[in-house]
Design a protein. Structure first.
Length: 213
């Protein structure tokens, strides 16, 4: 896990107006909390934060807040879905050696057997790990999985020192039978019937002659 150093500043402006001014200045409004301390409002540089999480949000940040260093991890990131601007971040203070629970993304590798249709039920797993050794992602191999195969949370190989928090029996993915062209046509026809859509019928020769009269 990477460790990134960022210089944070205490925020004295709050509300939507203050948040907009913070973002216009190239910074992200944030709140840092944890270990029973009162939440503190800070801002962190947007460009540096974006670079820090380019490979995933599970990063350890060394924040310099008013001359004092402290460790923190992102717990919630709000981002504008259209403009891509970071709107707000919740940061959790941590200590070296402390165990924390995070959501770790699952990355699928390989290809299933021909004729199969993969359905993924979970894109992340909840795990517990040491704060300075958090996994950024976990790979799950689907190479050669046959129709009927499935993988549960317990089947996923986690990095050393990482403990599964998600229900071990939770279904992560399964392989069903891929629909044939005939199946897809039948589904389309059934959907059209439900919506009351009538397909145009090909014009017969007699109808064509009558229309031309």
């Amino acid at each position: 896990m990477s460790e990134i150093r960022l210089v944070a500043e205490a925020r004295t402006e709050f509300g939507k107006g203050g948040a907009r001014r913070t973002r216009r200045a190239g910074k992200i409004p944030a709140v840092i909390y944890g270990h029973g301390a009162d939440p503190r409002h800070i801002s962190i540089p947007a460009r540096e934060f974006s670079h820090a999480i380019k490979h995933g949000a599970n990063v350890l940040l060394t924040l310099s807040v008013e001359g004092k260093d402290e460790l923190a991890i992102p717990k919630a990131i709000q981002r504008d879905p259209i403009r891509g601007v970071y709107e707000h971040i919740d940061l959790l203070t941590v200590r070296r050696g402390e165990k924390v629970t995070i959501e770790v993304p699952l990355v699928l590798t390989g290809d299933i057997a021909p004729g199969g249709l993969l359905t993924q039920e979970h894109n992340t797993l909840s795990v517990e790990a040491e704060a300075t050794n958090l996994p950024s992602e976990v790979e799950v191999s689907i190479e050669g999985l046959q129709i009927g195969a499935h993988i549960t949370a317990a089947d996923v190989n986690l990095p050393a020192g990482t403990v599964l928090v998600t229900d071990p029996e939770a279904l992560v993915l399964h392989v069903g039978t891929a629909p044939t062209a005939e199946d897809l046509e039948a589904e389309t026809a059934a959907a059209a019937d439900e919506l009351g859509i009538v397909e145009d019928q090909p014009e017969t020769a007699a109808e064509s002659d009558k229309a031309s009269e």
